[in-house]
Write a protein that binds this ligand. Structure first.
Ligand code: DHB
Ligand code: MG
Length: 219
């Protein structure tokens, strides 16, 4: 076992009080042979803490998958808050809805099962109230589009978090590039060029291997 995986287990054992509902999500995922794509326990808790630090009431999530991070985010907001979570895959959206219901957070979560770009454009058109925090975790090739549209659903102080930016260290590799890497690379370059956000990227190791995330605040 990698030293960082061992350390992650130690960190989780000592610091992450995971509830039954979150455990259930991971069990459902493994039982159905779904990809191991949800955030780790430590990352889920980090998102939860970030939402609390930000005092977030309105959170937008791109890429619900099975609702694991959605539940962490829902736990962090007050009863009158909302997590709007976008998922294009109907099977994932159904599983997520069941998981979130089991967790008791359906009242704070709205899953929109549709193409994220179309949904974001619709939210912009409807003049949806801007979000306090936006968690971008959907298909990587479209990250640059999601950034552009997310900025239009933001206000000064909105926190934008981008998942899976480092991709096993391949972010700036000139070999082994694929559409996912091109997507996150363009995303990082767009963040750098945008006059509207202040950003950084942190590289991470742990149960999910070598990856990283971007964090930005809207000016
Ligand atoms: C992938 C997507 C994710 O959101 C993730 O956390 C890990 C991997 C992927 O598409 O490869
Ligand atoms: Mg991810």
């Amino acid at each position: 076992m990698d030293i960082w995986t061992r350390n992650d287990f130690y960190i989780i054992d000592n610091l992450i009080e995971e509830d039954l509902a979150l455990k259930n999500v991971q069990q459902v995922s493994r039982k159905n042979n779904l990809p191991d794509m949800e955030v780790s326990k430590a990352q889920g808790k980090f998102l939860y803490l970030l939402a609390k630090i930000k005092n977030a009431k309105r959170i937008l999530e791109l890429g619900t998958f099975i609702g694991y991070s959605t539940i962490w985010l829902a736990k962090a907001i007050p009863d009158n808050g909302i997590v709007i979570s976008l998922e294009c895959d109907a099977t994932y959206a159904d599983i997520a809805r069941k998981n979130i219901e089991y967790a008791g957070y359906l009242g704070r979560v709205k899953i929109i099962q549709s193409d994220a770009t179309a949904t974001l454009n619709k939210l912009i058109e409807e003049k949806t109230e801007p979000f306090d925090m936006i968690f971008i975790d959907a298909d990587k090739p479209n990250y640059p589009v999601y950034l552009e549209l997310s900025l239009r659903l933001s206000k000064p102080g909105t926190v934008i978090y981008g998942d899976n930016i480092i991709r096993d260290g391949k972010l700036c590799s000139s070999v082994n590039s694929d559409d996912k890497i091109y997507g996150v690379r363009q995303f990082v370059e767009d963040l750098g060029k945008s006059a509207n956000v202040e950003s950084t990227v942190l590289q991470t190791v742990g149960i999910k291997g070598y990856d990283g995330f971007s964090i930005s605040i809207v000016k």
